[in-house]
Every structure is written in C-alpha cells, then in structure tokens.
Design a protein around this ligand. Structure first.
Ligand SMILES: NC(=O)c1ccc[n+]([C@@H]2O[C@H](COP(=O)([O-])OP(=O)(O)OC[C@H]3O[C@@H](n4cnc5c(N)ncnc54)[C@H](OP(=O)(O)O)[C@@H]3O)[C@@H](O)[C@H]2O)c1
Length: 328
C-alpha cells in the first residue's frame, strides 16, 4: 500500500490545494477505506471555504460522503475489497472527510453498498439523496399519501431538492417544484415535477398568521421566510419536512399552523441518523425509491476541479448533484 495519499486540503494559506499527506496522518478508526467517489454538498462548500462551524481545525479535508473499497478493518466486520459507503456522522465535519484517496473511520459509520447500486450511484445519491429520502419518509409517517394533494419541494433544482422531486414522483405524488432557476424547469419536469413554480410564487405575508392552503405537504431545503410561508399554506393535518437553511435560519411564525390546522413540522438531521434506520433508507433507495435515470442528476468532476463548484453551490447555482471522481 502507498504511504502517501492525495486529497483536497484546506489550510490557513490556501483553500483547496491538492495536498499529499502520509497515511500516518489519518485519524484513528477501525476501517480504512480506499475512496473511489465522493460528492459535493452545501456543507462541504462551507468546509472547503474554512467556515469555522464546520472545519473546526485546519488543515482540514472536506467531504461528508465517501464510497470505496475496504482496505483494512480491525474489527472483522468488513472484509478487504468490500464496497462500502459512509455519509454523515462526523465525516468531513469536523473530522477529515471523503475528498481524499483514503479515509479512516469508526466501523459503526460504515454501510455496505447495496448490491443493485454501484459506488458511483451511491455518491450520486449521497447525503442529498439520503436526506431527501428521510423527508419522504417523514411525509409518509404522518399519513401524507399521494391522494392527499400536491407536495411542494423548495430549492428543487439543488441536491436534496432534485432527488426529493424524483423519489416523490416515483411514489406517485403530484410534485410542485419551486426553483429560482428558469433554466432548470425542463430538467425538473424530466425528474418528475408535475409543475414548476418560481420563488416569487411563494408570497411572503409576514403579518398574516395563516394563508389559504395550497399543499398537502412539503420538503423544504431552504428555511427562513420560505419555510414560514409554506407552513402557513399547508393544509389541515399536513406535514412539512425541513432540512436546510440556505434562505435563512430564522422561522418567523406563530403557533397557529400547528394548533389550528394540526400541521406537523418534521426536522431532518441526516448526519446522526441511527444506524438501523440508515440501513433501511439505503435499502429503499436501492429499490422502490431509486430515482429513474440516476445518471441524469450527475455532473462528474475531479478533485482538482472542485473549487469552481464550491463557489457555484455557495451561490445556489448547482443543478442536480456533483459527483467527485477521487482518481480524477
Ligand atoms: N439537515 C440535514 O441533515 C441536511 C442534509 C443535507 C443538506 N442539508 C441542507 O439542505 C440545504 C440544501 O443542501 P444541498 O446540498 O441540496 O444544497 P444545494 O444543492 O445548493 O441546493 C440548495 C438550493 O436552494 C435554492 N436556494 C439557494 N439559495 C436560496 C435562497 N437564498 N432562497 C431560496 N432558495 C435558495 C437553490 O435552488 P433553486 O435555484 O432551485 O431554488 C439551490 O440550488 C442546505 O442548507 C444544506 O445545509 C441539511
């Protein structure tokens, strides 16, 4: 085995240089993985730009997702050569992450790649797909079946949003995709949206505690005023699953959507999803929840090209998913 490995390194002087580190620099852990693919998520862009809440210590290697081959496992849970993936936990934030040829992690973080999926497939899904699936699971748990009405997905052209649109469509829901990108409309329809609306069609009426109902449920990836408005527009006994904050962290709202309409707000924290639930979600993603034409969501880039895409995701410009070829 090589004694040095290549990675995307964030340090004081330079964000995003391709670094060469020694295997002895890797953090402790039971499973050593030879990474084949990773992905770009919004949180990775924060880590890549040295955001202190994510990359708590420099130097740092971002990457909250990785898929690759087991090189060594000291617990005997995994055999050398097995195809595995890791999403979330502390990978890439605050611990060194998946934008690296080698990753070392605790055995309890590791998931076997479902036999029907490739290493690349699981990284097209990655944390974004895993989070979208949890959002869909939350709607179903709260009884939001397809016949209840339209489901809104906000930030629909982004990583979580695009996969959420596709899973919901595959399960027979009528999906309304909200996007700020006119150019993404055609793709959103191809991915399963029954109609596409612009961000300006969510009318913030800050002074009103409730608004006429529009949605049986929603998967919100943006937060802030958008989430507050969507909750005010959600039908009686509806459910909104929320995961993101690109539009803001405040939630300016009264209790009325909850106490007069029985609306449920379900928070998604995919990083710390318990292991048994994690396995169940990957099982579903590999079968009945797998988006049609997964490849159509992916743009593949090498480690050296990632910095451009980091800028784009911070500006909300990415459509679909960025997959990182760790040998590229
Ligand atoms: N809680 C969790 O477990 C979890 C897991 C994964 C992600 N997240 C969070 O979920 C969010 C989305 O993550 P992602 O990886 O899917 O990011 P992404 O690919 O950048 O998608 C975010 C999308 O939100 C929309 N958007 C951007 N800025 C906006 C603004 N100011 N107002 C309204 N919409 C805006 C854009 O889509 P349109 O142009 O189509 O509107 C953008 O593509 C992030 O906040 C991320 O941290 C949380």
């Amino acid at each position: 085995m090589t004694s040095m490995f290549r990675c995307y390194l964030v340090n004081e002087e330079k964000r995003g240089a391709i670094g060469k580190l020694s295997m002895t620099d890797l953090p402790a852990g039971e499973v050593l993985i030879r990474g084949r693919y990773s992905s770009l998520n919004y949180k990775d862009a924060l880590a890549a730009t040295g955001h202190p809440g994510v990359a708590r210590q420099l130097p740092h290697i971002p990457g909250i997702d990785v898929a690759g081959y087991v090189e060594e496992c000291t617990t005997g849970d995994f055999q050398p050569g097995e195809q595995v993936l890791v999403t979330g936990y502390e990978l890439g934030a605050p611990r060194w992450g998946g934008w690296s040829e080698f990753v070392r992690v605790p055995a309890e973080w590791v998931v076997r790649v479902p036999p029907s999926l490739s290493l690349r497939d699981v990284m097209v899904l990655g944390t974004a797909g895993f989070t979208a699936a949890q959002g869909v699971g939350a709607l179903r748990l709260h009884g939001i079946t397809p016949e209840k009405g339209e489901i809104l997905v906000t930030g629909a052209s982004g990583g979580v949003g695009s996969i959420a649109v596709a899973i919901l469509a595959r399960l027979g829901y009528q999906v309304v995709a909200m996007t700020g990108k006119e150019a993404a409309q055609e793709k959103l329809v191809r991915w399963g949206a029954s109609r596409v609306i612009g961000r300006e069609q969510i009318h913030v009426a800050a002074e009103k505690p409730l608004l006429p109902t529009r949605w049986a449920g929603a998967i919100d990836t943006v937060g802030g005023q958008v989430l507050a408005t969507v909750l005010k527009e959600t039908a009686h006994r509806g459910c909104v699953a929320t995961c993101g904050n690109v539009a803001g962290v405040e939630l300016p709202l009264t209790v009325f959507p909850f106490i007069l309409r029985g609306v449920k707000l379900d928070g998604i924290d995919s990083a710390m999803c318990p292991h048994p639930q994690r396995l169940e979600i990957w099982k579903r993603l590999a079968k009945e929840w797998l988006p049609a034409d997964l490849d159509g969501f992916a743009t593949e880039v090498g480690l050296a090209e990632l910095s451009d895409y980091v800028e784009q995701i911070l500006q909300g410009q990415i459509v679909g998913r960025i997959v990182v070829d760790l040998q590229g």
